[in-house]
Every structure is written in C-alpha cells, then in structure tokens.
Design a protein around this ligand. Structure first.
Ligand code: PEP
Ligand code: MG
Length: 894
C-alpha cells in the first residue's frame, strides 16, 4: 500500500495508540485491520490536516496528492475504480474525532455515484432499486451537508412519494419512484444553490472531506464540546472507506452489537439488527430494529462469526466493546468499534468481572470506575415512564429521588413527619432556620441558589434529595403554595416527586426503586453481583490510598453513619447547628445580656448541652480524631429575621418588650456583608466567654469519655484566622481552659489546637501561623469565596450560569477546586506550614473534600486527609484510591 504521509494513513498503517492523529474511529479501524477482522479497506485523513484546514481555510499542501495515491491503492485492492461507469467503487466519508462526539459531525455515504455509475451499480448488484436508492441517498446527504440545502426539502419529497403509495416508510418505494426522487433531488439542489450536483466523483470526494473538516466547527459540535469539556482545537480525522451494503435484500442488513449488556454489564451478545438496511436507517429510526439474537435465526453463520469477532475484540481491548456492522449478502463486515459507553452499574460489574477473570489487574479495575458513578448508584431511582413530564426544572444539587407532600416550613415538615408522612420542603431559599424542616423532609426544593447554596450543601450533607434554583417556580410561603411555569398551583399537602439527579420535579407520585448499593455500603455485605463489584473496588481503593478520609458531621447519628461508611474520623464538626432549636432562647439570652453576669448565666446554661453533644460524637467516633470547630457564623443568624420582627412589632396591639429588645439587637448587629464580618475567630475574640464555654464543654466531654473507658480524640479548630495574632489570642484562652479542666479533674488532656486556612492571608502567612497551629484544615468554601471575591450564595444564583455558558468557568469553583488559584494557595500554605512543622497535619473540610477532581489535586498537594459529608465518603474513598494509582489509565478508548 501507499507510503505513509503525514496527512493520510491507510488502515493497515494505523493503530489504537494513534487516536490523537487518526481519531477514535480511524484508530479503531486500523486496529481491527491489524487483528485481521473483516474491515472494508480504506484510509484516514489526519486531524492535523483538519487543523490546518480550519486555521487557514485551505487543505495543507500535498493532501490532495496523498488522498489520490491512497485512493489509487484502495482501487487496486478492490479491483474497482471510483465512480467507474461499469462496476464502480463507492466510498463513505466519515468524521471521527479523538473523543466520541456522536451525531455531532458529518458522514456522507455512496460517494462515487453519478448518472453513469448508477447504471453500473445497478448492473453489478443486479438491483435497479438499490442503485437508484443509493444515488438518492448520496444526493440527499451531499446536498444537505456539502451544499447546504435544507434537509427538510428532501424529506418532504420522500414523504410525498410514500404518502402517494399509502405507505409509512420509503421501503415501499420501487425503482421507478427512486429514480423520480433522484431527479427531484437534483432539481432541488439546482434551485437552492444555483449549482448542479457534481458528477465528477473526485470532486465529490474532495468536497465531502472539506465538509467533514468544517463540521468540526458546526454550532452543535461546539455546544457538545463545551458540555463535555472537549478542547476546541483538536479537529476531526476523516475516514474514507470502501462501501459495503446492508440494503441488498433479505440476506443483508446492518446492526450494532455489544460484547456485554451496557446497561447491566452482564456478559453475552447484545444489540440491534435491522435487515435490509444501511447504517443511517438505524440512527434515523426509520424502521424498528430487532434484537440481535434474531440474527441467529436469520443468518446463523453470520451470527456465530459476529460472536467470535466480538470475543476477539473484547479480549484485545480488555473491555466492553461496541461495534457497528453490516451484512452484505451473507458476508459480515465490521465498520467501527470502540470501547463502549456504559451505565454506572455496568462499569462496576465489568471492571470486577474482568478482574476476576484475570483480564485486568486490581489497579486497572479501580481506574475503570469513578466516584460519580458510585454516587449515582447510591440513590433510589425513579422508574420514570416516557409519559411523565416534569413541571419544573432546577439545579440537580443533591442526587436521588424522593416523593412527598409539599410543605413550606419546618413546623409543617415536623408535624407531618411525626404523622409518618414523607414531605418535600419548598422554600425560595433555605437558612439555618430551616434545618429542622430539612431534617424532617425527604427532599428540598428551592427557587433560588446553586449547587453550593445553603439548601444544596446541607441537603448533600444529610444525603437528602435537593433541587435548587428552580427559577421558574413562584414560591409563596405565606399562601402556602407554589406556581409552576405552566400556571399550575401546587398547595401544601399536594404530592410531588423530586429527582435530584436530573433536577426535575413531577406532580404526583412517580414509583421508586431502592438502591441496593446504599445498604451494602453500610453493612459491608454484598447482596449480588453489583454490590460485590462495588465492595471489591472500594476494598482495593482503601488498600492503595494514601489520603485518609474523614467526615463532616455534627450529630452522633451522622458520626455513627459516617463511621459505617468508612470515615477515619471527623474532619469538621460544625458547632453552629447545636445552637438552634430549643437552645435558641439561650443564645438570645447570651446576645442580649446587659452585663457579664447575665452573659455568664446564659453561657453556663449552654455548657452542659454542648458537653452532651460532644460526648455523643466522641463516643460514636471512639478512637478516631474528631475535629471540633468553634462557633463560626455571625451571631445574628441565631436571631429572628429583621423584617419579620419589625412586622410583628408593628402589627401587635401590645408589642412584646422582648421583641423590641431583639429588634434593637438585630439592628445593632446588622452587617452589609456578614460573610466578611463579625464571624469565625473574630466572634470568639469579641464575645467574652464564648470560646471558654465551648472549650470547656469539649474538655469535659473528653474527661467524661475517658472515665467511661473510651478513647476520645478531640481536636479544637479555630475558624477564619487571618493573622497569627488572632490564633495566639484564641489559643491562649483555649489552653487556659484545657489546663483548668485538666487540673480540676486530675486528667491529662491531649487536645491538639489547630486552625482553618480559609482566607488568602492565612495561606500566604501560613509559615507564621504554623508556629501556633497543631494542624491546618483548609476551608476551601470560604477560601474560594475570598480568593475570587464572590459570595457563593449570591453569585451562583446570578451570573454563574452565564459564566459557565461563556466558558469563563469550566465548572463552578465551588464544586471543583480552582487548582490554579485556590489550589495554589493550598500548595503555598502546605509548603510553608511543613517548613515549620515537617509533620504538620493537613486536611481539607470544604465541599471540595468530596469532589473527585479536587481529591486528586489534594492527593498531589500532599494533604493527609479529605473530609466530606457522610454520603460522599464512599466516592471519596474510591477517588483517593484512584488518585494513588500511578501509570494506570482508565478505559482504553478505541
Ligand atoms: C469552608 O469554608 O470551607 C468551611 C468548611 O467552612 P464553612 O463552609 O462552614 O464556612
Ligand atoms: Mg468556612
């Protein structure tokens, strides 16, 4: 065959490792050719040629000659000439990029047909109708793709003929009608473009190649790439291949086959077959395909050969493969293969089974699954029917499916939950006030906020379903109803179904299927092939990972669940949730205290309650570290809403003096930017006695647990430190209290005191801070906000969608760590901290601790652990394991 040139490779010259240059399809065709599989011969024009074309608007010099030479070789191999009048060679021209972009770019079949060669094709095939049909297909595809004619004009002409026949598809049309269509199509092309369809087969070929190049930049291809994060500058390869025909009668056909079931991973032969048809008929869904197993009866020899070929491919690629094939008069041809896409369930099962059969090793099996897939498997799923139409759509913030009656506040959620009802809490947005309702409800639905809004973060933490930012919903909590974009009013007590995986809301109860994976992760016991596969992947991840995995949890129940899910401690126990509910009165008393005595009384009343909280958590995590963060949010978050209070006072016949006092306090404490205000360590320093009370509660809980024979390992964490001076003050007070409790109880207390690094200044001065910190925990939520200068609750709801669409962000920096900016600060701080304290313990407790890509970054940055909500633990363990694999890539791409 031809000498290789930089721009053209025959199938015999390429191979699977050349996907960058030949595209996935070209590399797969070459690999199959090498394996001796029945692939119609052909050649590939490289992505590099495409890139030159896109940059300069011209083919690179020498491409024409290289194509001509490869074509001459192809003609010799086939014993036919392109477009020759007697027995013509026809070729297909197909796009094929590095990454699969199904249906996004162009394909043109039957290149080489013209008014003369169509006669030759009819003669050679003995089928007049087939030849005319092929010609009209070429006119249609070429007209639309290359010459820019509106495809609907061709469709209409076909529809008119089929309707005249009283038929439903073009199969009913005979040779005469096909010939008539050919003439009509030629006329359409002439009318629409002022140009005749080119009769010269070489002109057809070159123009088709150019059209495929250009289709890389079509609007739909660009949109697809943006969504799939495929770089815009890769370009597509073009595959030119001898045509084989599946539409030559009942002993021909076309189909798609998988080496395993891509839905479940079960091994066997799966797919669809369409007798007497060409590939694009399957895609277009003109007629219904039959299950591939039918081929066993239609053509047993072909079926057996296909089975053999599939086994060869799976053995070679060591993975699920899918192929497109054509049967031409009883002869099997394979037109494409690739490592097949699969569901999350199939991914785990296939990886496990290939490992069990010794085809791949444990590392590779682990590399072939990921945390997002595992997360998807952990939720109950809706068994949606095609007739279920969502009434609203929002941000899929916390996956899973839940059915419940609509409630608009915590009180209703609690009341209905107590009566055994499942509920969906609907709010414009949520605040810490809504916490009891979120706990009671099965799902949360909001009309404002993005994936890291309060609703989203808290719901994910609890493993509750959440759809947020459903902006078309008008939520009227006062009237206890919401209105859908279609004007449907949904009232408290009406049933809705919320799909947190897709972001959809349905009226009524959509049936649910439970997740078997979720249960097995807590018990550690497999119940079937899928759970066996999941547990085996996790066990291997645990054995190879360097990063520890801790949980963000602040109740004994969450801590216990986290432990069952594999947590090696608590990386963040937020104490603010312990100041809500009945305790709010005590917090109010502390805030309103007129003098030290009143404040001390309020704090003294809070102390035993906090001690109990910590005792429970330390018991649940006995023997493992529990990082307790001192109070972080601004105090006014614990007071009633300013407007509500003002309205209550204004409308009361006899205003409550307590309300007046509260309103004054709320106004006094009002801040324009509370996120940048009196919170974190600043609060601890400003409110006398607060740090001491919390530290005493922790210390006494530790003593209590020690006396019970436990092994409590509390660590005290100071939030939002910006300078070492703040830490010095907070630490001094902390150590004083620890010493007092130790002395008073005759115990030795070993409680490390560390800090969160969640301000750029803290990261940049980490060397100094490390002198007083026993550990660093990166609060990447605040660190992202303060590095970017954005408030996540506001920004996510307002301009984030625009930024994502315009490509300013590839992903929200609140979901996936901005490695270049925020990540750089993390690296700087780790390095500076360790320079002072080589064994300084470092972890991350922001939302990014549960995000797969971020976990890989934290591994590389040398952190000791990631901490995330209990629900995300299994995925975090899996990803920490995958991050530790070196030199193993995931799925091979054919
Ligand atoms: C953080 O800022 O990353 C963090 C964990 O703290 P919070 O989200 O509670 O502010
Ligand atoms: Mg924070």
């Amino acid at each position: 065959m031809s000498t290789p040139t930089p721009y053209v490779y025959t199938f015999a010259e390429g191979g699977r490792d050349m996907a960058g240059l030949l595209g996935g399809k070209g590399a797969g065709l070459a690999e199959m050719t090498r394996l001796g599989l029945p692939v119609p011969p052909g050649f590939t024009v490289t992505t590099e040629a495409c890139r030159t074309y896109l940059e300069t608007g011209q083919e690179p010099p020498g491409l024409g000659a290289a194509v001509a030479s490869a074509l001459a070789d192809l003609e010799r191999a086939m014993g036919r000439r392109l477009g020759r009048a007697d027995d013509p060679l026809l070729v297909s021209v197909r796009s094929g990029a590095r990454f699969s972009m199904p249906g996004m770019m162009e394909t043109i079949l039957d290149i080489g047909l013209n008014d003369d060669s169509v006669v030759g094709l009819a003669k050679a095939s003995g089928q007049e109708r087939f030849a005319r049909d092929s010609y009209r297909r070429l006119l249609q595809m070429f007209g639309r793709t290359v010459m820019g004619v509106d495809g609907a004009l061709f469709e209409q002409a076909i529809a008119a003929h089929t309707a005249a026949r009283g038929a439903t598809d073009d199969h009913a049309l005979g040779a005469g009608e096909m010939a008539a269509l050919v003439e009509e199509f030629k006329a359409v092309i002439r009318r629409e473009t002022g140009e005749d369809f080119p009769q010269d087969p070489f002109e057809q070929l070159y123009r088709a190649i150019r059209a495929v190049f250009a289709s890389w930049n079509s609007e739909r291809a660009r949109v697809y790439r943006r969504r799939e994060h495929i770089p815009d500058d890769l370009g597509t390869a073009v595959n030119i291949q001898a045509m084989v025909f599946g539409n030559l009668g009942p002993d021909s056909g076309t189909g798609v086959a998988f080496t395993r079931d891509p839905a479940t991973g079960e091994s066997g032969v799966y797919g669809d077959y369409l007798p007497d048809a060409q590939g694009e008929d399957v895609v277009a869904g003109v007629r219904n395909a039959v299950p591939l197993t039918e081929l066993r009866h239609l053509a047993p020899r072909v079926y057996d050969e296909l089975g053999d070929r599939l086994r060869t491919l799976e053995g070679h690629y060591r993975d699920l493969c899918d192929v497109e094939f054509t049967v031409e008069r009883g002869r099997l041809w394979i037109l494409q293969t690739r490592v097949g896409k699969r569901t999350a369930e199939a991914a785990f099962r296939i990886a496990h089974e290939l490992r069990a059969s010794g085809t791949i090793d444990a590392d590779e099996a682990l590399a072939r699954v990921d945390g997002d897939e595992l997360t998807r498997l952990m939720f109950p799923r809706f068994a949606t029917r095609t007739t279920d139409v969502p009434v609203a759509h929002g941000v899929p913030a916390s996956p899973g499916a839940a059915v419940g009656v609509v409630v608009f506040d915590s009180e209703a959620a609690g009341r209905r939950a107590a009566a055994g009802q499942h509920t969906v809490l609907v709010r414009r947005e949520t605040t810490p006030d809504d916490l009891p309702g979120m706990i009671a409800a099965q799902a949360v639905l909001t009309s404002r906020g993005g994936k890291t809004s309060h609703a989203a973060v808290v719901a994910r933490g609890m493993g509750k379903v959440c759809v947020c930012g459903a902006e078309d919903l008008v939520v009227d909590t006062a009237a206890r109803q919401f209105t859908t974009p279609a004007g449907v009013e949904v009232h408290e007590g009406d049933t809705v179904s919320v799909d947190g995986t897709a972001g959809n809301v349905y009226l009524g109860a959509v049936p649910l299927t439970a997740s078997e994976v979720s249960g097995c992760l807590e018990t550690g016991e497999a119940t079937g092939p899928l759970t066996r596969a999941v547990l085996s992947a996790l066990a291997h991840a645990d054995s190879v990972r360097r990063l520890e995995v801790r949980a963000n949890a602040d109740t004994p129940e969450d801590a216990a669940r986290a432990r069952r899910l594999g947590a090696q401690g608590i990386g963040l126990c937020r104490t603010e949730h312990m100041f809500l509910g009945d305790r709010r009165a005590l917090v109010e008393a502390m805030i309103l205290a007129r003098d030290d005595t009143a404040r001390e009384e309020a704090l003294a009343a809070l102390l035993p309650l906090q001690r109990e909280d910590f005792t429970g958590i330390l018991a649940a995590m006995d023997g493992l570290p529990v990082t307790i963060r001192l109070l972080d949010p601004p105090l006014h978050e614990f007071l009633p809403d300013r407007v509500d209070l003002a309205v209550r006072l204004a409308s009361a016949a006899h205003p409550d003096p307590h309300d007046r006092e509260l309103l004054a306090a709320v106004e006094r404490m009002h801040e324009e930017n509370p996120m940048l205000g009196l919170r974190g360590v600043r609060l601890g320093l400003a409110v006398p006695g607060l740090v001491a009370m919390q530290v005493r509660a922790i210390a006494e809980a530790v003593v209590h647990r020690l006396r019970e024979g436990g092994r409590p390992r509390a660590e005290i964490m100071i939030p939002l430190v910006g300078t070492v001076e703040e830490l010095r003050l907070a630490r001094t007070e902390t150590e004083q209290v620890l010493a007092e409790v130790a002395a008073g109880t005759g115990t030795t207390l070993d409680c490390p005191v560390g800090t969160m690094i969640e301000l750029p200044r803290a990261a940049l001065t980490a060397g100094r801070i490390a002198q007083l910190a026993d550990f660093f925990s990166f609060g990447t939520n605040d660190l992202t906000q303060t590095t970017w200068g954005l408030s996540r609750d506001d920004a996510e709801a307002s301009f984030f969608p625009l930024y994502l669409e315009k490509g300013v962000f590839a992903a929200s920096p609140f979901e996936t760590l901005d490695q270049e900016g925020v990540g750089r600060l993390v690296e700087i701080a780790v390095e500076a901290g360790r320079a002072v304290h080589p064994r300084l313990e470092t972890g991350v407790c922001g939302e990014h601790g549960g995000d797969p890509a971020s976990i890989h970054f934290f591994h590389r940055a040398g952190l000791d652990y990631v901490s995330c909500s209990p629900f995300r633990l299994p995925a975090a363990r899996l990803e920490a394991g995958r991050a530790a694999l070196t030199g193993v890539t995931g799925s091979d791409s054919a």
